[in-house]
Structure formats: structure tokens, C-alpha cells
Ligand binder design. Structure first.
Ligand code: EPU
Length: 339
């Protein structure tokens, strides 16, 4: 394994933005990983583990540490009646993995089709789409604890999963995910809860879709709503959706009667931030210099070519300020900033 110096990180991210890593290496197995850590300890530099680079914004100045590009691969599964326990290594491409599972007839991940990134990032972010989150099928997460220098296995409960959050994100920089075990099912049920999915099947007049059709519908919806990564630099939703008290939601509904709200429980309500950005703040499809928001999704910031991290941050700050001014809501970024 080779440790390289001054490697531009731009091309390793879907945003296609950012400066170089002082040190950079690709790890393909546990020996490589240990070697990389020894290097970081010896040289007293921090470590950042990079998967598919689909949820990060790299600073224009780059990163003064060691970036480890996780490329450990391999998938194994064990069947127990209709239940299938599938373990995938962290460096597996997420969507190729989902495609494989759907192809094998294993239910559970189909609604998470088309999400860029790696298997290793799925528990960190608790990736979610179309009514399903990674936490719904994750059984075990096998990690290296960099603080204690030891391996550890987390059960689903121990991962402390929450909306786009987990213990791995909370204790950032401590754990490196090595593999994830998912509990899938050969006779699972499809999840139709999400409005877009119901509408798409209605349009196609499909009443009882198959597992493969569910994946196709999700890929189809995503291709319409989200930018094509081959054409635009982006990291998907830049901010998290907002959760407010029912009282706050009522106050906003009085002002914006068309606002979309989803009850989380009897005290809290989730509001799609994209709706606020679009209908209250007029941020859908805006363009300033090399950056803007996607024409079909206001929550998605886009690099139209040669954008700097500063341009993205400036636009994001404008959005934060405007949402606060109009609604009193403080929004949070979902994308991670590496500097
Ligand atoms: N909407 C607007 N204007 C827009 C976009 C959306 O009014 O510009 C409205 C839509 O009509 C819809 C609602 O807002 O009723 C929600 O939009 P959408 O279904 O596109 O989902 P979202 O809440 O904006 C979340 C995730 C996405 C995920 C989709 C589908 C977050 C931060 N984002 O977006 O995840 O694909 O749901 O489940 O939770 C990501 O994390 O990078 C990501 C793309």
C-alpha cells in the first residue's frame, strides 16, 4: 500500500469541489488499514475515512491529514429459512449491492436504490429514502475503534440510529466501519408508504409490483428529482429536513396553509425543508456564479462547474438566514464539511 502526498480530493467526491489531502491512500484489506493508521500515528496527523465521497464538501484549502479511501470489498450471506443475513464489506458500492440483493430476491433494501456512496457509509448516515432507512435492516456493524485500538461489533440498538444520525456520526472520527450485516427476507413486503411511490405505480397501472419493479420505480423517481451525477456536482440534500413542535407547525400552517407536514408523534411534526425553500423562500432553481439549487429539488445544492467550497458555503448561509428570517426555524446541514 502506498501513501501519496498532496492528492486532489475533488475527483473523489460527487460535489467535485475542494483542495488536496496532505496524505492519501487506498485500503483494500485490514493490513492496509493498520498500515495507514500506523502512518498517521507516527506522523501525528488526523485521519479521515472516505467512502464514495457522496456526502462531503471538501474545503478549498484541502485536508491537513491522511485520507483513507476505503476499498475493502466482499459480500457473503447465510440463509435461515426466509431470513437472510448478508454481510458486505465497507468499500462495496451501495447501489451495486442493492442491485445484487434485489436480483437475488432478498427484500429490504429496494427503496434505497440509486443512493450514491458505499456500504460503509450507510450506518453512519443512516441513509434513508422513500420511507425506508438503513436502520430498518441493519443487524450488526463491525468497526475499528480508533480511540481504543480495538475491533468492536455494534448491534442495531447500540448504533443509536436516528434520522440521518448514528453513534458513528455522533462520535465522529472514532470508528471506522469495516463491514455491515443486513437482515433481509426472501418473503418480505414492499413499502409503499411514500406518496411518490404510490403515484408512480398508479401512473403505470401496476397494482401488485414485484421487488424488481420497486427498484425500477425508485430509480425512475430519483432520476427525475435528483441531478445526474455525471452532469452536475452535488452531494444530494444539503440540509436535513426540519422537525418542529406541533405548535410551531400550526403557527406556520396559519401563514402557509399549503405547507406539507408529517406527524412524527403527537408533539412533533416533520416539514420537508424543500417545500419551505421552494414555496416560502423562492430558492428552487436559483443560480449564482458556479453554484445554485437544482431545478427540481430546492434542497439539493449544485456545482454547475468549477465551483469553490466557499461559493457553496456562501449560498448555504444565505439559505440558512432566509429560512430563519421567514420561519424562525434554524436549519442544519446534512452534508459533512471536511477541512
Ligand atoms: N418539494 C417542494 N419543492 C422542491 C422539492 C420538494 O415543494 O423543490 C416538496 C415535494 O413536493 C414533497 C416534499 O417537498 O412533497 C418532499 O420532497 P422529496 O420527496 O423530494 O423528499 P425530501 O424530503 O426533500 C428526503 C431525503 C432525500 C430522499 C427523499 C426521498 C433528506 C434530507 N432528504 O428528501 O435524501 O431521497 O426524501 O425519500 O431527508 C439525501 O439525503 O441526500 C437525499 C437525497
Amino acid at each position: 500500500m502506498k501513501i501519496q502526498e498532496n492528492v486532489s480530493l475533488k475527483e473523489y467526491t460527487t460535489f467535485k469541489i475542494g483542495g488536496p489531502a496532505k496524505f492519501f491512500c487506498v485500503v483494500k484489506n485490514e493490513n492496509d488499514l493498520i498500515e495507514a493508521f500506523n502512518f498517521s500515528k507516527k506522523n501525528k496527523v488526523p485521519v479521515f475515512v472516505l467512502g464514495g465521497g457522496s456526502n462531503i464538501l471538501v474545503a478549498d484549502e484541502g485536508y491537513q491529514g491522511l485520507v483513507i479511501k476505503m476499498e475493502m470489498t466482499g459480500i457473503v450471506h447465510a440463509e435461515d429459512g426466509d431470513v437472510v443475513h448478508v454481510t458486505a464489506m465497507a468499500g462495496e458500492d451501495w447501489d451495486k449491492f442493492v442491485e445484487k440483493m434485489v436480483g437475488m430476491g432478498f427484500y429490504g433494501l429496494e427503496n434505497l436504490s440509486g443512493i450514491p456512496g458505499t456500504v460503509g457509509a450507510s450506518p453512519v448516515q443512516n441513509i434513508g429514502a422513500y420511507g425506508v432507512e438503513a436502520k430498518d435492516t441493519i443487524e450488526l456493524v463491525y468497526v475499528l475503534d480508533m480511540q481504543k485500538d480495538e475491533y468492536k461489533t455494534f448491534t442495531n440498538n447500540e448504533c443509536k440510529f436516528d434520522y440521518r444520525n448514528s453513534i458513528f456520526k455522533e462520535e465522529e472520527g472514532r470508528y471506522v466501519v469495516l463491514s455491515v450485516t443486513f437482515k433481509l427476507n426472501k418473503k418480505g413486503r414492499l413499502n409503499f408508504g411514500y406518496k411518490d411511490i404510490q403515484e408512480a405505480f398508479a401512473v403505470k397501472r401496476i397494482k401488485v409490483p414485484t421487488l424488481k419493479q420497486m427498484r425500477e420505480i425508485v430509480l425512475d423517481i430519483r432520476s427525475r428529482k435528483l441531478p445526474d451525477l455525471r452532469k452536475y456536482g452535488t452531494a444530494g440534500s444539503f440540509f436535513k429536513n426540519v422537525i418542529v413542535s406541533s405548535a410551531k407547525a400550526q403557527e406556520l400552517l396559519a401563514k402557509y396553509p399549503d405547507m406539507i407536514v408529517h406527524a412524527v408523534n403527537n408533539k412533533k411534526v416533520k416539514i420537508p425543508l424543500a417545500w419551505i425553500l421552494d414555496h416560502v423562500c423562492g430558492f428552487r432553481g436559483v443560480k449564482k456564479g458556479n453554484v445554485g439549487t437544482y431545478q427540481n429539488q430546492a434542497l439539493v445544492l449544485v456545482n454547475f462547474g468549477n465551483a469553490t467550497a466557499k461559493e457553496i458555503i456562501d449560498l448555504a448561509q444565505k439559505m440558512v438566514d432566509k429560512v430563519f428570517e421567514e420561519t424562525g426555524i434554524e436549519i442544519e446541514t446534512e452534508v459533512e464539511y471536511l477541512n
